[in-house]
Design a protein around this ligand. Structure first.
Ligand code: SAM
Ligand code: SF4
Length: 355
């Protein structure tokens, strides 16, 4: 492919990876994403008693997008087809909680049928996965990432707002049994909330032989309550794992990898540390995102997005769509500015963007 046939930006980064949010809705109310519960409000209130808006406010700070604005599976598949004609070959289905949307397996089937996507994965909170796992596997899903922030039933409920621990544990074992591997597990580490579980999560990874990815808390919560003090730096996460289990560095699998990778214990299990706040990896970023309502975001922290619905819904040709995608990607921002004076938190929370 020549440069004019790929998705390339002014910083010479070539986009290969599309995160597709298929719904902004979710059945969880994670403290770091869609905080709504009294406990979430309490957590933030205790950090900064005078400043935080959650002092009075515990309602969901987000309204779901109207259904008419949500892309159909046909529209999503077309977007992926057009993007893959420009060299994109990796797709992750996400949300919100993607498994809340009906018939996800039919979307997976359509994407697989394109024959252009080498790596098709899905991220889920695990509540509906046990019911759908077999169908997703049969439809052609290659692998899954599940979220698990705590191994303690009560703390899990405090963080996510729901009693979902058993479902996630069942999902992890089922994903392994079905060969949806490597099974990756995401844990967002937040100081004062689950950082005391870093060691236990690492031990769990060894016991289950999985990839445990510990992620720094990013300012993408709908309540806009994020503070730098909540972030446990990746370097500290690593030290705290090392205090429990021997680790050894693993080579990057590709240049755009977000996680620093470490083998855990005897080498079967893996630790990934994703540190976008303290060790940004924007220079190698090869990702863009498609929101459930059809907007392209060229960065997690974009403050401008590009609505492709008009083109998708007014009979525009694939060529026109491809040209628009190239124009949008060309202007991808150099990187996020967390911690700098000019930083502005995006309007959408992680659930609305698609993590
Ligand atoms: N609902 C699904 C889930 O939770 O797995 C998929 C969507 S969720 C937005 C995708 C990932 O983003 C999850 O692993 C979640 O932990 C992570 N996430 C959400 N908000 C975050 C934040 N503020 N900082 C870091 N990671 C976050
Ligand atoms: Fe829902 Fe996932 Fe956000 Fe939690 S992180 S509220 S499960 S979208």
């Amino acid at each position: 492919m020549t440069p004019s046939e790929v998705l390339q930006d002014t910083h010479k980064r070539i986009i290969r990876d599309l995160r597709v949010s298929i719904t902004d809705r979710c059945n969880f109310r994670c403290v770091y994403c869609l905080p709504e519960t009294e406990e979430a409000a309490n957590f933030y209130r205790h950090q900064r008693p005078d400043e935080h808006p959650s002092k009075q406010e515990t309602k969901l700070c987000y309204t779901w997008k109207p259904r008419a604005q949500i892309l159909t599976y046909e529209e999503i598949t077309r977007m992926i087809r057009v993007a893959s004609s420009l060299g994109l070959n990796k797709v992750r289905i996400t949300g919100g909680e993607p498994l809340l949307r009906r018939n996800v397996e039919s979307l997976i089937e359509s994407i697989v049928a394109l024959g252009t996507i080498d790596d098709l994965s899905l991220t889920s909170n695990g509540t509906h996965f046990p019911r759908l796992a077999k169908r997703l596997k049969e439809a052609g899903l290659s692998r899954i990432t599940l979220s698990l922030d705590s191994l303690d039933r009560e703390n899990f409920r405090k963080i996510t707002g729901r009693n979902g621990l058993d479902d996630v544990l069942e999902s992890i074992r089922l994903a392994k049994a079905l060969g949806l591997t490597p099974v990756k597990v995401n844990a967002v580490i937040i100081r004062g909330l689950n950082d005391h579980e870093i060691g236990a999560l690492a031990h769990f990874a060894v016991q289950e032989n999985i990839v445990m990815r510990m992620i720094e808390f990013m300012p993408l919560d709908s309540g806009r309550a994020w503070q730098r003090e909540h972030v446990v730096p990746g370097s500290e996460i690593l030290e705290r794992v090392q205090a429990e289990i021997p680790v050894a560095p693993l080579p990057a699998q590709h240049a755009a990898e977000t996680a620093s990778r470490w083998s855990l214990g005897d080498g079967q299990a893996e630790l990934g540390i994703i540190a976008p706040v303290t060790q940004p990896f924007c220079g190698q970023c090869n990702r863009i995102r498609l929101t459930a309502d059809g907007h392209i975001r060229t960065c997690l922290f974009s403050v401008h997005e590009h609505d492709l619905k008009p083109l998708l819904r007014n009979d525009s040709s694939d060529d026109k769509l491809a040209a628009e995608l190239q124009r949008i990607v060309w202007n991808k921002e150099p990187g996020h500015q967390i911690g700098q004076s000019g930083f502005v938190q995006p309007e959408r929370s992680m659930s609305g963007i698609g993590g």
